[in-house]
Design a protein around this ligand. Structure first.
Ligand code: NAD
Length: 360
């Protein structure tokens, strides 16, 4: 029996978690879900959106799967997702974007893996609020040390990128490439402008690449990367990126395969792994049984492979592929305007998958 922490999340999280649970259970893999809530409702009740019982559960079970969690914009608590990744040192975010036959997209045969650094960069959440005394101190300090003036009414976010953090994420990307018979790793950066952060990322990536002569290595500047991915995505294989570019490019790559509803993800560290879809909590669809559960279910596929349950993972993936190719039991986001069949709800997709899996 596997004990797995399940964080349903908020917004559409609980619905897609329910769908995912049904599908995993249909494979017969014995799982005991340890359900732990986090997010806004927990914040209102317990004064923190991420109580230690949640991280304790993950530390105990080593494996977790989570639905998305809303992050209030501008004010309120810090992102639970970012805190979780930092607390558990889940330094690698892996997001495969692979085409499914029949999915509604302009592109065919996309097969990319985005490896995003998860703990550093502008995303680390080291921020100084406009007008606060620490911020003014920092502005004065920077002016004294660099001779550069920052306007007094500025807010400041810090972008740390270290040799340690870069080395381990680039190594992770190459090891991933090797294990999964991938041919090439592309490092993405803006080293021409941010010489001491992105420049460091590129320099360290080049050094690490030398240890993997069997895998091709190249680099791209992030703006060019965006254009290249839109024009010729077939040229790329594994991409490794600092946190913020990784966040943005992940959504771009999800768009290439037919949208966020199809893009799974994993946050992996040396000790723990937390699986979650790329998409957010889509609050406007909360409780409507409307959204696509595939990204959450495909995150469970990644989780099953991680724990060595390959047969169950393959069965779910095959069922998802068949449902997409058949084109009938699909949620609104996967339907084209000229489709004669109506979209179905989240739980109907789950039931169709369960029926297929039971027949395999
Ligand atoms: P979002 O991913 O929630 O939504 C973007 C668009 O995609 C919306 O149009 C939405 O309706 C659609 N969409 C998302 N998931 C879908 C699904 N499964 N099926 C069909 N359509 C889907 O992004 P957002 O609106 O920028 O963010 C909403 C909230 O989610 C924010 O508070 C954000 O911070 C949070 N968020 C959380 C995570 C996470 O928990 N890891 C990730 C991203 C965003």
């Amino acid at each position: 029996m596997y004990k797995i922490t399940l964080i349903p999340g908020d917004g559409i999280g609980p619905e897609i978690s329910e769908a995912m649970k049904k599908v995993v259970e249909a494979t017969g893999v014995p799982v005991e879900w340890e359900i732990e809530n986090a997010g806004e409702e927990v914040y209102l009740k317990e004064g923190t959106p991420l109580p230690t019982r949640v991280t304790d559960s993950i530390k105990k079970n080593k494996i977790a799967i989570k639905g998305p969690i809303t992050t209030p914009v501008g004010t309120g608590f810090r992102s639970v997702n970012v805190t979780l990744r930092q607390t558990l040192d889940l330094y690698a975010c892996v997001r495969p974007c692979k085409s499914f036959k029949g999915a509604r997209t302009k592109y065919e045969n996309i097969d990319l893996v985005i490896v995003r650094e998860n703990t550093e960069d502008l995303y680390a959440g080291i921020e100084f609020k406009k007008g606060e005394s620490e911020t003014i101190d920092l502005i004065n300090f920077i002016e004294k040390k660099s001779g550069r003036k920052i306007r007094e009414d500025s807010g400041i976010s810090i972008k740390p990128i270290s040799v340690f953090g870069t080395e381990r994420i680039v190594r992770f990307a190459f090891e991933f490439a090797r294990k999964n018979s991938r041919k090439k790793v592309t490092a993405v950066h803006k080293a021409n402008i941010m010489k001491y952060t992105d420049g460091l990322f590129l320099e360290v990536a080049r050094q690490v690449a030398q240890k993997y002569p069997d895998i091709e290595f190249e680099d791209r500047i992030v703006d060019n990367m965006c254009m290249q991915l839109v024009q010729k995505p077939e040229l790329y294989d594994v991409l490794v990126l600092p946190n913020l570019y990784g966040d943005i490019i992940s959504d771009l790559a999800a768009g290439l395969i037919g949208g966020l509803g199809l893009a799974p993800g994993a946050n992996i560290g040396d000790e723990y792994a937390v699986f979650e879809p790329t998409h957010g909590s889509a609050p406007k669809y909360k409780g409507l049984n409307k959204v696509n559960p595939f990204a959450m279910i495909l995150s469970a596929v990644m989780m099953l492979r991680h724990i060595g349950e390959f047969e169950a993972a393959n069965k779910i993936e095959r069922a998802v592929a068949e449902i997409i190719e058949e084109g009938k039991v699909l949620t609104y986001d996967m339907k084209s305007s000229d489709d004669s069949t109506l979209p179905v709800g989240t739980q109907e997709v789950a039931l169709a998958l369960v029926e297929k899996i039971k027949k395999f």
